[in-house]
Design a protein around this ligand. Structure first.
Ligand code: SF4
Length: 465
């Protein structure tokens, strides 16, 4: 950890912000961190163009919905949200309504027919299209080309953490997944662009950066000359003032020894790995077209734990995949019990039009999917209860990024949520916290008392440019 250094900062490239024009925008986002990063970039562009953000769509001149279609439930929510805007458009025809995100790709004509009140549809990350409803952006094009995703603190939740895409798309074709059809083939961003963007956000006060990609650890193979995530992590780790570096989502196939060794060696890279397994049965994995076996996945976790004993592991699991038998589900259950992940993102299978698995009968009844989901949830709760109970009395480093109901909240380097009370203003600070209570999902503590200095806060990096 390169924690609390006070360092000379280079000024970030700064486009000239246009004066306020009295217009307001509202952004609604659903889905993955990639969508959140895209929405932050859109917000930053609009702020630069003289717009102000509002929390109410009825007060907005521009409403942007950033959509997700990975699950039916998400797609239904977007459709509901779009329909609810019909009334707003009738009352105020001058409001511009924009739809972006995965729902838009390859089906703009159908959407235009279904939602004629929407003024603009644009593909994820195709930000130039916004100019059609925000003409102010046209004059700023050159400046905006340099605008990073989290250029402005007000475009992120706290200004402390930033999510930065490094690779778009996915070259895998998992049989249940719509992402490759909507986001296209893998396209890595040049390393120099990413490093410059991280320098800019760090200069603005960001202390933790999460690198994003659908297959983030595939980074660099498509660049000329080729490079890889290990080299990118090394370049970013060298940026003065960055305390924490994370990345998600990794694919087991690309989780090389080199990446794991580099994670272990670099002070800023957090002891946390996000490595979806999706199923614990090899036949289900084969039909999912995941290209690895349960032993391959286990081997990657074991090697990471060997190199980084404190590492925490998050994974994703889908229950109720077509044809998944009781015995196959049980193997997933057993794998989870054996490996003991720190966080599990669970989903019940839902067929997505356009994917391979939609051709197979969705033969696991909803009630059975729910039963399997609950069984894994209960197992996970039991594992997390036991694991967190062992942390009672530990002293952990928390990066504070939220305050609610009279207490501060933040995450450890292992990504565990911690709440604590403190009379000081510790937003954006690294605080050492002693754990006094535990629960399966978070820890509660109090600021640790340092016997030597009497304090346990690392000073925030100066933002004076
Ligand atoms: Fe989808 Fe598989 Fe690509 Fe992940 S690796 S985005 S699940 S196709």
């Amino acid at each position: 950890m390169n924690g609390s250094r006070t360092i000379p900062l280079r000024p970030a490239a700064s486009p000239a912000r246009l004066p306020l024009n009295g217009k307001h925008f509202y952004i609604w986002t659903i889905g993955c961190q990639m969508n959140a990063a895209d929405s932050a970039k859109i917000a930053a562009m609009l702020l630069e163009a003289g717009y102000q953000q509002t929390a109410s769509e009825s007060a907005a001149d521009l409403v942007v919905l950033n959509s997700c279609v990975v699950r039916q439930a998400a797609e239904d929510k977007v459709a509901g949200r779009l329909s609810s805007l019909i009334r707003l458009k009738r009352q105020r025809p001058d409001v511009s309504i924009v739809l972006t995100g995965c729902m838009v790709t390859k089906q703009q004509e159908r959407l235009r027919e279904q939602f004629p009140h929407v003024d603009l549809f644009f593909d994820p990350s195709d930000f130039d299209k916004l100019e059609r409803v925000v003409p102010e952006l046209g004059a700023m094009k050159d400046d905006l080309a340099e605008l990073p995703h989290y250029y402005l603190p007000e475009a992120s939740t706290s200004g402390v953490t930033a999510f930065i895409p490094i690779i778009y798309g996915c070259n895998f074709l998992c049989s249940y997944c719509i992402v490759p059809y909507r986001r296209g083939k893998e396209r890595s961003r040049p390393m120099s662009d990413i490093v410059r963007e991280v320098e800019q956000v760090v200069a603005k006060g960001v202390r933790e950066v999460t690198l994003l990609g659908q297959t983030v650890n595939a980074y660099g193979h498509d660049l000329e000359p080729t490079t890889n995530l290990a080299k990118l992590l090394t370049a970013i780790d060298a940026i003065p003032g960055l305390d924490r570096l994370r990345f998600l989502t990794s694919h087991p196939k690309y989780m090389s020894d080199e990446i794991i060794d580099t994670m272990a060696a670099l002070p800023s890279v957090c002891e946390h790995m996000n490595l979806p397994v999706q199923a614990g049965d090899n036949e289900v994995l084969r039909r999912m077209r995941r290209t690895y076996s349960r032993d391959d996945w286990k081997d990657r976790i074991a090697y990471t734990r060997q190199q980084m004993p404190d590492v925490t592991v998050a994974t994703d699991i889908i229950v109720g995949f077509p044809g998944e038998t009781d015995a196959q589900f049980q193997r997933t259950h057993d794998l989870l019990a054996e490996v003991g992940c720190d966080k599990v993102h669970l989903a019940m299978y839902s067929p997505r039009p356009g994917t391979l698995s939609v051709r197979w009968e969705d033969d696991i009844p909803h009630e059975e999917k729910q039963r399997r989901h609950q069984a894994l949830e209960q197992l996970q709760e039991q594992l997390c209860t036991e694991r967190n109970a062992r942390r009672l009395g530990d002293r952990v480093e928390v990066l504070v990024d939220d305050q609610a109901r009279g207490r501060w909240s933040g995450r450890t380097r292992g990504n565990t949520l911690v709440h604590f009370a403190d009379d000081r203003n510790v937003m954006g600070q690294l605080v050492d916290v002693s754990i006094t209570r535990t629960s399966p999902w978070f820890l509660i503590g109090e600021p640790a008392v340092d016997p030597h200095s009497g304090g346990a806060i690392s000073p925030q990096i100066s933002n004076d440019l």
